[in-house]
Design a protein around this ligand. Structure first.
Ligand code: GTQ
Length: 354
């Protein structure tokens, strides 16, 4: 740098500032003017990356883990799907967690409860259960099962097939608020309280008990915890046969809490989509970074110059505010979950449909 008076002045200011920073840093003080634009962004710039986990590959690692460690010993035998842009955070988006859990025949995942909300989306296997406060939901492929915050849950597999499901939790959200509490029940499985499927019968058909009864054990505000593929898949199919298609989403249905019409969990929203063969969605971006599972079909996810190929049971994450399009090669069914429920409560949610 040439030594003009102006430069000398700037160098002087810089060295005075550096001195100031060095002396105040140990006191827990930092200059906002050095980081303002990285703190208050003009629009979201997620540290998360778009990323795909190919199911066959993940499954191999998970089965290897199954040979080495029991579900009982691991407490939860899960491979965390960590976003490469969020290294060390066990997060798939800044607010959400995803993992693939394996339960082998005869195994149990011991009973516990915690302040984190969880959803389970079944990838393969048929007939293992999740029990919520002692009520079993018998799980079939592509069923959605909830274990909301504070409710006892254990999992077991009394079938002769391995059972694999995706765990979607709000672990990073709870960590943000420093509000994690967890406890284990002193027995592996919660005593059975009502017959399997009891709540589904009461609340799963657009109906509810006329009068709460002693057998009605679910919390009043959050009764239903099992959303079956056998129910949602025909609903989506019927919708595809009759309704105009949404150019940005395809045919899309959101899972609801029947008690209030709101999202399924206080922090997590979930939905399913059907994209007819050859359909290309119009570009869209939203602030809720979303995790998708391909239920069926072959599709491409187009993100600017990047193209991600998707096949059955693959998991893919699209970070906040990333413009994207789906192009389906064959009829494609997607399951997606995001933190939209949280963002709506905090008045943060935005989307832009191009
Ligand atoms: O089943 O409760 O993948 O607590 C991570 C944390 C599953 C669970 C996970 C958990 C669980």
């Amino acid at each position: 740098m040439t030594s003009t008076p102006e430069n000398r002045g700037r160098n002087d200011q810089r060295s005075q500032l550096e001195m100031l920073y060095a002396q105040m840093a140990p006191k827990g003080l930092l200059p906002l003017w050095e980081s303002l634009h990285a703190l208050v962004l003009a629009e979201p710039k997620s540290p998360a990356q778009p990323w795909r986990w190919g199911y066959a590959e993940v499954r191999e690692y998970l089965m290897r883990a199954g040979d080495i460690i029991s579900a009982q010993q691991a407490e939860r035998r899960v491979l965390i799907m960590e976003n490469p842009g969020l290294s060390g955070q066990s997060a798939i988006t800044p607010s959400l967690y995803a993992g693939l859990q394996l339960i082998l025949p005869g195994e149990v995942a011991p009973c516990h409860r915690h302040t984190q909300n969880a959803l389970r989306f079944v990838m393969e296997g048929s007939g293992a259960f999740t029990a919520l406060d002692g009520e079993k939901a018998i799980m079939q492929p592509f069923d959605l099962v909830l274990t909301p915050a504070g409710q006892w849950h254990d999992h077991g597999n009394e079938t002769d097939q391995p059972m694999i499901w995706l765990d979607g939790l709000d672990i990073p959200t709870v960590r943000l608020f420093d509000a994690s509490f967890a406890e284990r029940l002193d027995v592996a499985a919660h005593p059975e309280t009502v017959p399997a499927g009891d709540t589904l019968a009461r609340y799963g058909h657009n109906m509810r008990p006329m009068r709460g009864s002693a057998a009605d054990r679910r919390p009043a505000g959050r009764p239903l915890f099992h959303y079956r593929y056998a129910d949602w898949r025909p609903a989506l199919e019927a919708m595809a046969g009759s309704a105009d298609i949404d150019p940005h989403l395809g045919h899309a249905l959101e899972f609801l809490n029947p008690a209030d019409g709101g999202p399924i969990l206080s922090t997590i929203s979930a939905h399913v989509r059907l994209l007819p063969a050859g359909f290309e969605t119009k570009p869209r971006q939203s602030t809720d970074g979303t995790v998708f599972v391909v239920v069926e079909g072959e599709a491409s996810l187009l993100l600017g110059d990047e193209e991600i190929q998707l096949g059955p049971r693959d998991v893919v994450v699209i970070p906040s505010w990333t413009p994207h399009r789906f192009l389906s090669r064959s009829q494609t069914i997607l399951f997606g979950y995001s933190d939209k429920a949280s963002q709506m409560k905090l008045d943060l949610y935005r989307e832009h449909n191009h």
